[in-house]
Ligand binder design. Structure first.
Ligand code: HEM
Length: 291
């Protein structure tokens, strides 16, 4: 018997990965004031207890940066594979062939873009939620309660400011800009939580949000823009400077940071991959499922 596609039965990331995170009980109960409260939480400077593992990584990053030539400061494990390649391989196992050439997932987690029926309103909800997620990540690395998060400041891949400009453009065209909705709010609050309690797992989300957007995110932007007949290149999909260099820099930083991790910490990072995909897909449900 044919199995139902994964995206029909996948539990909302909103509820599937929030062990220990305080969020309103039902996604449908989110109201704009809830959004405002979460945003306020996101930007509240706070002190986080930094785990011994995080401190070890800091020392290792400092050591790798100070003493190891760039090419070797790769966070290689015993087999000599730079850690970011392990991350990419794990990500590719979750892509379908129609998403990426190296995709290996035969049970696609979301329908092919060709079948999406996006509306401007659905796209706006996706852009608003994406802005909240990027703002949250950017605030976490700016605050750097785990000191080595500071490695990921000012990478050039930050997107909250371009998204702010894009949303302002939509507003000037007469569109009402919605408040953040459940998938964005719950993802943002879980990133906050994870950044304090499990730095390697948090880094998996950072990798997927920043680098995934430069790959599949651009394809989605192009195809959705065509489908809704958007007569504008959004700034969300335009980077100032050399994008491939910025991607390389972030990969090198990921390798450096991971060079201080134990195998168990690396595995926690890789083990977070599926949640990162589910959370990302949840942000897009407004574009491929009718409400
Ligand atoms: C419509 C959905 C998607 C499409 C069309 C798509 C497409 C792609 C493509 C074409 C690549 C480049 C592959 C290569 O270098 O050979 C890629 C890479 C990647 N994608 Fe996706 N993808 C999608 C969904 C996702 C999702 C849901 C995530 C997770 C949040 C994600 C995360 C990544 C990551 C992390 C990479 C590797 C980036 C790097 O290391 O530079 N993708 N994707």
């Amino acid at each position: 018997m044919a199995m139902a596609p994964a995206w029909l039965s996948a539990p909302r990331a909103a509820l599937s990965h929030l062990d220990g995170v305080v969020v309103p009980a039902a996604a449908s109960r989110f109201r704009s004031e809830t959004a405002a409260r979460v945003v306020a939480v996101v930007f509240r400077p706070r002190t986080t207890v930094v785990s011994a593992a995080a401190q070890r990584s800091l020392v290792a990053v400092a050591a790798a940066t100070a003493t190891v030539p760039a090419a070797a400061a790769g966070g290689d494990d015993e087999a000599g594979t730079p850690f970011v390649e392990e991350m990419r391989a794990a990500a590719m196992r979750l892509h379908s062939r129609d998403q990426a050439r190296d995709g290996r997932n035969e049970a696609p987690m979301e329908p092919p873009i060709a079948k999406w029926q996006p509306t401007v309103d659905g796209y706006l909800r996706f852009l608003v939620d994406s802005k909240l997620v990027f703002q949250t990540l950017e605030a976490i690395v700016h605050r750097a309660a785990v000191p080595w998060y500071a490695e990921f400041r000012d990478t050039g891949l930050e997107r909250s400011e371009p998204l702010r400009k894009d949303l302002e453009w939509f507003r000037q065209q007469g569109h009402a800009i919605p408040e953040p909705s459940a998938p964005g709010i719950t993802y943002a609050s879980s990133l906050e939580e994870l950044s304090g309690k499990d730095p390697p797992a948090f880094v998996c989300h950072l990798y997927n949000v920043y680098l995934g957007h430069t790959a599949g995110g651009r394809i989605i932007g192009k195809k959705v823009g065509e489908k809704i007949n958007l007569q504008k290149e959004l700034e969300f999909y335009e980077w100032e400077g050399d994008l491939s260099q910025m991607q390389q820099n972030v990969r090198a930083k990921l390798n450096r940071v991971a060079s201080g991790w134990s195998r168990a910490e690396k595995d926690r990072c890789l083990g977070e991959m599926e949640k990162a995909f589910t959370c990302s897909i949840d942000l897009r449900r407004h574009m491929f499922m009718l409400p």
